[in-house]
Design a protein around this ligand. Structure first.
Ligand code: NAD
Ligand code: UDP
Length: 329
């Protein structure tokens, strides 16, 4: 039985990865420190015979007993609101955390896949974004803590590949959504759905003309699975190229929920990218991958998930862990 370590296992994407690899008959070791994740996300498979969970901060030395075939490094805050509140942990997990996991992959002769992001393109001057574009990132802006940590992550991963012949993969993930996102994580989809379920107006930042391209989680997980098993070692974009303005997206959520609230406008956060759309030609070519789930279908599945949450969960405004984590830098 192949053994895989998944960091960020209690987060949105990590929990879907654990589920997929358990279904593919892997032994899965999940690792997380719960800084933005939730124990609820791993409840589903906690008692599975082929699952082991280790509570640990991957920015500190990572110890795993026994063999490892694969490492999927997904630990990192991912929402702009989260990484603004915990900037130093964000920098550490992308840099020190990645270094630890590369060292572990080398020691275990494992293949490693690291989760990078469309944020490496910053506020892009090329549209749609392809892998050869170097990006337009402000290193000292509020989003720099995330963007630069991910750019460093890519650089050190390529260095381990070139210098140590490590089998490494880099995925550049574009905005992905689905069940098990944290309702209060501040990302636009949980923000809008949460507001519609609480009968609040939907807060569009700026004039809402900025665009994003949303990918349903199952499509992303399929792309990750294919990339991990490919022999390609350079960054690959995975995302859904169906682009929409944030204002139109707010109206789609209002239509879906059938609610009578309105859209209100707030200030656009600093360095908020104006456009984002993946060029996925490379993924099509080398992985024979393309997204299959249309936004209307994915939004319905996600909306139904959020509707099933308790009233207490719906009204929780902040993440209880941040303050205590900031005390231990
Ligand atoms: P998430 O916040 O739901 O999950 C991240 C998980 O990592 C959480 O469970 C958190 O507790 C854990 N974590 C953070 N720092 C840690 C540390 N030092 N040690 C151990 N665990 C730690 O976010 P997500 O959307 O699931 O994102 C997962 C990964 O995918 C991140 O690396 C993110 O940068 C990347 N990504 C996600 C998206 C997206 O649209 N969801 C887009 C681009 C990139
Ligand atoms: N956004 C918004 N209202 C919200 C939350 C986000 O208009 O309540 C906007 C945000 O300014 C950005 C887009 O939605 O332009 C996507 O934001 P998100 O935080 O999901 O991630 P990003 O793609 O910026 O990393």
């Amino acid at each position: 039985m192949k053994r895989v370590l998944i960091t960020g296992a209690a987060g949105f994407l990590g929990s879907h990865l654990c589920e997929r690899f358990l279904n593919e008959n892997f032994f899965v070791i999940g690792m997380d420190n719960f800084i933005t994740g939730s124990p609820k996300n791993i409840d589903l498979f906690k008692t599975h015979n082929n699952f082991q969970f280790i509570e640990h901060d991957v920015s500190k030395y990572v110890q795993i007993d026994g063999d490892l075939d694969f490492i999927l490094h997904f630990a990192s805050p991912a929402s702009p609101i989260d990484y603004l509140k915990i900037p130093i942990q964000t920098l550490k997990v992308g840099s020190l955390g990645t270094h630890n996991l590369l060292g572990l992959a080398k020691a275990k002769k494992a293949t490693i896949l690291v989760a990078s992001t469309s944020e490496v393109y910053g506020d892009p001057l090329v549209h749609p974004q392809n892998e050869s574009y170097f990006g337009n990132v402000n290193p000292i802006g509020p989003r720099g803590v995330y963007d630069e940590a991910k750019r460093f992550q890519e650089a050190i991963t390529m260095a381990y590949h070139r210098f140590h012949n490590l089998d490494s993969k880099i995925i550049r993930i574009f905005n992905t959504y689905g069940p098990r996102m944290r309702l209060n994580d501040g990302r636009v989809l949980p923000a809008f759905i949460g507001q519609s379920l609480r009968n609040e107006d939907l807060t569009v930042f700026g004039d809402g003309s900025q665009t994003r391209s949303f990918c349903y989680v199952d499509d992303l997980i399929e792309g990750i699975y294919r990339l991990l098993h490919s022999d390609y070692n350079y960054p690959v974009n995975i995302g859904n190229p169906n682009e929409i303005t944030i204002k139109d997206f707010a109206n789609e959520i209002l239509k879906l929920s059938g609610s009578s609230q309105k859209v209100i406008f707030k200030d656009l956060p600093e360095n908020d990218p104006l456009k984002r759309k993946p060029d996925i030609d490379l993924a099509r070519k080398i992985l024979d991958w393309k997204p299959k789930i249309q936004r209307n279908e994915g939004l319905k599945l996600t909306y139904d998930y959020f509707c099933s949450l308790s009233v207490e969960e719906l009204n929780k405004k902040d993440h209880q862990n941040f303050e205590s984590y900031n005390n231990y830098l």
